[in-house]
Design a protein around this ligand. Structure first.
Ligand SMILES: [Zn+2]
Ligand SMILES: [Zn+2]
Length: 898
């Protein structure tokens, strides 16, 4: 049975499913729409169609049906005060990052706040009954509608009115009565304008009949009477009936203001401010005409570009009016909307990335930037963040705490996008045909090229309506739970001694034994869980190599050996191993909070792993850690160790724990049980955790971070050791450091000596050159350099092979010497390892027939090697060190011809 069938089934029995006391008291009539046949309830005798098919659809634009005007913030105050005076508790919103459900990244509706999944059953847990909550809800399926339709948002405030029918709460009659009075009394809408339409709503594994309420064609809310569980064709009654009324606060504000779009009244003064900055002439009559047509056409066409095309035609807008007014104003709406969603998501700890829920955040920021570029809008993103947080302060004061963090994250992400642009340009320039939706998805998935960028680059003019919904589906994939293959049915829960006295030696009864596996009636062996590795030890002398939990039954795996069912066995837990793992576990909590306080509020535990001799903590963070950050995190962690703080463990009812400590307790993920175990390290760190912990932080002795690494977009891994392992590591590290620093010192010393020598040579060289060129005719010795001077205008020869001169000296002197005396040939010979090498310079005059290259070749032959070069400079050498005098004599003969 599908939704339509179940609706018609419910509608055949309106007395049972839809008729409420209010309808009788106020004289409501039940009618069927002449067009779509759906049933609706009204007190207006003249009404013939449902709100979707009436002539008054969206006639509130420019003509609101209320006497009072309320903007977004004021509208919530009205709603809240109405429900409070009618016995409801007003609850603060829950985080938009849905950490208490493993099948959702973001909170998509107010009822999600109170749903907890246990096994395959959804249970409802209400902190008060009845209650009302302004729940910010994120939805990314209709992103292309945002800014265009006048009423779609990527995040909106769902007014959640929830009740469990019992001595405190109520059921259908009172729910509809309250909603009717909210609209007519509190907001002052004429009773004749309120229409209730029969519908069915399902979600989260449960469903029920519902009444949608409309005013002037705008759906304000939907009251769902949740009473069934299962799928539509096979269902049974829930043990607990639930009133789930969800209404869009944005719409309540809009209907009282009658502005062209809901955006105009829901972002407070921000829209006006941005429009002013751009200087767009916003003729309000034109906007009213256009957006009323958009609203009407939206019901008629499924494709957004069709909706737009027809609205332009019906409203009679020129191309110029579209380009100069509508297109930029749509851009502004989109930008404000997306910024608001980013503020909520980042404040609640989500980071833009290419995985999971971060995906949508990244694409939204890129849309903001592309839209600004495409429309040449020069808004300051930080100013927009400030304006939004200031405006939302009355309803959501908590956003103040993360104001600067939101700016930091958005700036980093904007920078990243800027840096990827040249690469994206290259990819785009290679596109040779209009991309399909699948191409667009591939372009984004593998290259990060958003369709908005393609729009900015004028490659496409519209983004296909299906793009964002397809993308969002792709990334909605649920985590698959491991299926238990083992048959442990019928066994009772294992008594967990490690949560009680935690004895390291104990006796237990064998309830089941098969292959290498043993189930006991009670155990002190910690089963793998929460990233903590299992205990080892022995059962009846056999080694325990693995311990795992299946439901509430603990399974021990033995290395070898068989144990008889029904026997009582003696068990020993390896307490050294357990102690080390425990220290690592508590250290994980300490490092997690240390990282958050050093890096920023966006840091959450992503995952963790705790073994005996090493552990790691993966945290959400935008960049790789710097050395300075690592040192600061480690120091803060060790200061907590030094303070010897108490670690306390208390069990709370889940709802109580959430209200008391907030959702930060879910660092290790969701807790699928009603009672949560809260581990507190005084007020430094408070988490829900099922692992083993030290009693005092001092037991940890020391925490050492051994390595950090960015393992994926938005996630950084911190590898660390603690306890004695950390002390050993630190000792070894000191030794390594000492060795390294000694090596460094030697290197520095050598460098210094060379530097000194060079300085010395720099001063010595001009004098040396002066002395050589001043030599008289004949053979002279200047500082162990043999100088042979002939008559003016004839070649001179100069050679050096003293051990005090190195390669650098010969090159420096040769250069200078032939510069000063163009008739000079310089020949320097020196040993280099097992070789003898020669460097030859020939002056400009002498070089014409006494080429350096030739001399080097000849000398190298004598030395038993090879060489060559140019007329001016050459080098060569060989292995025969005993021939160095011969080589120089040969060179001298070549030059002087004697
Ligand atoms: Zn209809
Ligand atoms: Zn833990």
């Amino acid at each position: 049975m599908d939704k339509k069938e179940i609706l018609s089934k419910f509608s055949t029995d309106p007395e049972r499913y839809y008729k409420v006391k209010l309808f009788e008291n106020e004289g409501f009539m039940r009618k069927s729409c002449t067009i779509c046949k759906r049933f609706y309830w009204t007190i207006d005798e003249n009404r013939i169609n449902c709100p979707d098919h009436s002539d008054d659809t969206y006639s509130f634009i420019g003509n609101p049906p209320t006497k009072k005007r309320f903007d977004y913030t004021q509208a919530w105050k009205e709603v809240e005060s109405f429900f409070k005076k009618n016995g409801h508790t007003s609850v603060s919103r829950y985080p938009v990052v849905c950490r208490w459900r493993d099948d959702l990244y973001f909170t998509i509706a107010s009822i999600v706040d109170f749903q907890r999944v246990m096994g395959n059953k959804v249970v409802f847990e209400f902190p008060a009954n009845p209650l009302v909550v302004p729940q910010t809800s994120l939805r990314f399926k209709d992103l292309e509608n945002v800014g265009v339709t006048g009423r779609h948002f990527s995040s909106f405030c769902m007014i959640g009115q929830h009740s469990i029918p019992n001595s405190q709460g109520y059921w259908k009659d009172e729910c509809i009565d309250l909603d009717y009075r909210l609209v007519t009394e509190q907001f002052g809408v004429d009773k004749k304008e309120v229409v209730f339409v029969e519908d069915v709503w399902e979600g989260g594994g449960s469903f029920g009949s519902s009444l949608e309420f409309f005013v002037k064609g705008l759906e304000l809310g939907n009251a769902v009477f949740t009473e069934f569980q299962g799928d539509l064709s096979n269902y049974r009654t829930l043990d607990q009936q639930i009133i789930d009324m969800g209404a869009g606060l944005e719409r309540f504000a809009w209907i009282t203001m009658g502005t062209p779009t809901a955006y105009d009244c829901c972002f407070g003064p921000i829209t006006g401010n941005l429009i002013e900055q751009t200087g767009i002439n916003t003729d309000s009559e034109l906007l009213v005409r256009y957006f009323t047509e958009i609203a009407k056409n939206f019901e008629r066409f499924s494709d957004l570009s069709e909706v737009r095309k027809n609205a332009i035609k019906s409203a009679g807008l020129s191309n110029e009016q579209m380009d100069k007014i509508i297109t930029p104003i749509e851009g502004i709406y989109l930008i404000i909307d997306h910024i608001r969603t980013l503020i909520f998501a980042i404040s609640d700890g989500a980071l833009p990335s290419n995985v999971g829920g971060g995906y949508n955040l990244r694409i939204m920021l890129r849309r903001i930037i592309s839209t600004m570029n495409r429309l040449s809008l020069k808004f300051d993103i930080n100013d927009m963040i400030d304006m939004q947080i200031d405006y939302l302060n009355d309803t959501y004061p908590e956003l103040e705490e993360t104001r600067e963090d939101v700016k930091t994250i958005i700036a980093i992400e904007a920078d990243r996008y800027e840096n990827s642009k040249s690469r994206m340009q290259k990819i785009v320039s290679k596109l040779n045909q209009k991309p399909t939706v699948d191409d667009l998805i591939r372009l984004y998935e593998s290259d990060g090229v958003t369709p908005d960028y393609l729009k900015e680059m004028k490659v496409i003019s519209d983004i296909p309506s299906t793009f964002y919904s397809k993308l969002s589906e792709l990334h909605q994939s649920k985590k698959q739970k491991e299926q238990d293959q083992l048959s442990l049915e019928g066994l009772p829960e294992t008594e967990l001694l490690y949560y009680a006295d935690d004895p390291k030696e104990f006796d237990a009864k064998v309830l089941k034994s098969f292959d290498q596996y043993v189930v006991l009636d009670r155990t002190s062996f910690y089963a793998r869980g929460g990233g903590q590795e299992p205990d080892h030890g022995t059962i009846e002398g056999f080694d325990v190599v693995d311990v795992s939990k299946h439901g509430n039954i603990v399974l021990h795996e033995l290395k070898e050996g068989a144990i008889k069912e029904g026997d009582t066995v003696s068990c020993v837990v390896d307490s050294k191993r357990r102690g080390d793992i425990t220290k690592n576990h508590t250290s994980t909590h300490i490092l997690n909070s240390s990282s958050r306080s050093i890096l920023g509020s966006w840091v959450w535990q992503h995952s963790a792993f705790k073994e005996e001799d090493h552990a790691r903590l993966d945290i959400t963070h935008h960049s790789a850690l710097t050395d300075d950050e690592i040192v600061k995190i480690e120091n803060l962690a060790n200061s907590v160790v030094k303070k010897n703080m108490s670690v306390t463990i208390e069990n709370f009812d889940r709802g109580t724990a959430e209200q008391k400590y907030g959702f930060k307790i879910y660092q290790g993920g969701i807790v699928p049980v009603k009672s949560v175990r809260i581990v507190s390290i005084e007020d430094f760190d408070i988490e829900a955790c099922g692992g083993t912990h030290v009693k005092k932080t001092g037991e940890i002795k020391l925490v050492k971070i051994t390595r950090t690494k960015r393992i994926q977009d938005g996630v950084v891994r911190i590898e660390f050791v603690s306890g004695d392992t950390a002390l050993d590591y630190a000792k070894q590290h000191d030794v390594d450091l000492a060795r390294e620093s000694a090596e460094l010192k030697d290197k520095a010393k050598l460098k210094e000596t060379r530097h000194e020598q060079k300085q010395e040579l720099k001063e010595k060289l001009p004098i040396l050159v002066e002395n050589i060129t001043a030599c008289k005719i004949g053979t002279n010795n200047v500082d162990e350099i043999i100088v042979d001077i002939t008559e003016p205008g004839k070649p001179n020869f100069c050679s050096a092979m003293s051990e005090q001169y190195d390669e650098f000296f010969h090159i420096s002197l040769g250069e200078k010497l032939i510069e000063k005396d163009p008739w000079m040939v310089y020949c320097g010979v020196f040993e280099d390892g097992d070789r003898i090498r020669a460097i030859i310079y020939s002056g400009e005059q002498v070089g014409k027939d006494k080429k350096a290259g030739d001399i080097a070749k000849t000398m190298s032959e004598v030395l038993g090697g090879a060489g060559g070069g140019t007329q001016r400079f050459a080098q060569g050498g060989g292995k025969d060190k005993s021939k160095k005098n011969d080589a120089i004599e040969k060179a001298k003969t070549m030059v002087l011809g004697v």
